[in-house]
Design a protein around this ligand. Structure first.
Ligand code: PMP
Length: 283
């Protein structure tokens, strides 16, 4: 694989980051993942806008413009012959030369991007749905900032796998916040889509924003409010969204079948519409 690091395209084995990089020492870094379909970027403007917001919240300065980032993303797609998968982008505060909590002055940030080939349209979890477990949300309180401090989601994912499920829904004060790496939704008996409102408690999903707009366009009812895991057990449908999953149905939570225990029509419809619209708008 050819990867990008600080202005250069190099084979992945030649891309090196200092042990004093603050991304490595403190998770002092932000990231984005943009899906690629037919060799084109999906919803990329949203991802770059969120990257800028994450940077602003942490006083991180992007060394290149949004347009330049898009050029780098496209170059990686080209050099790696990527047709389907994702582009990972990470910006850290850079190499501080030593370990010190305070932000260093005049440190150049570390910017890396790499591609990941993966089948996004034809995948078993989209077709069959997935099982999730619920566990306490032990993350920090600024989940709206997309930092690489992802140990809690890694633990959540491992706990899910150990329990024979494939992901976890995180619970705080009795309510579902989101999935370990996706936004969470349920559908009521009346067909209303429920998802938690935006706040510092969850990541403001780019796919979420697109989906809610598409749902509205398709005259599906949406309500942004907190919901409990008990409400999810009793829901007609459940699903998750993220850049590289688009929409995946959830068919079981904590061993309880959701609805008929198979992918529901609203999740399937939203997935279909999202892929169609996103593909048409891809750049
Ligand atoms: N929530 C969390 C915690 C995530 O990690 C992600 C994916 N990065 C999402 C939601 C979904 O966001 P997006 O649709 O922008 O990928």
């Amino acid at each position: 694989r050819i990867v990008y690091i600080n202005g250069e395209y190099v084979p992945e084995s030649e891309a090196k980051v200092s042990i004093f990089d603050r991304g490595f020492l403190f998770s002092d870094a932000v990231y984005e993942v943009t899906a690629v379909l037919d060799g084109k970027l999906i919803d990329n403007a949203g991802h770059l806008a969120r990257l800028e917001r994450s940077c602003a919240e942490l006083e991180l300065t992007l060394p290149v413009s949004g347009d330049q980032l898009t050029e780098i993303q496209r170059e990686l797609i080209k050099r790696n012959g990527l047709t389907e998968g994702g582009i990972y982008l990470q910006l850290s505060r850079g190499n501080a030369g030593d370990r010190d909590f305070a932000f260093p002055e005049n440190t150049a940030p570390t910017l890396v991007l790499f591609s990941q080939a993966r089948a996004l349209i034809d995948c078993p979890k989209a077709a069959k749905g997935m099982k999730v477990i619920s566990i306490p949300d032990i993350r920090w309180k600024r989940r709206d900032i997309k930092t690489v401090g992802l140990l809690a989601p890694c633990l959540a994912k491992q706990a899910a796998l150990a329990a024979g499920a494939s992901d976890a829904w995180l619970i705080e004060e009795g309510y579902v916040t989101e999935g370990s790496s996706n936004n969470a939704y349920i559908v009521t008996e009346q067909g209303k889509i429920i998802t938690r409102p935006l706040s510092n408690d969850i990541l403001h999903g780019i796919t979420r924003a697109s989906l809610l707009q598409l749902a509205e366009d398709a005259q599906l009812e949406v309500e942004e409010r907190n919901f409990t895991i008990e409400e999810a057990y009793a829901a007609k449908e459940a699903f998750v969204s993220s850049a590289t999953t688009f929409v995946w149905p959830v068919i079981e939570i904590d061993g309880q079948a959701i609805g008929e225990g198979k992918p529901g029509p609203i999740a399937q419809k939203l997935r279909e519409i999202y892929i169609k619209v996103a593909q048409a708008a891809a750049v």
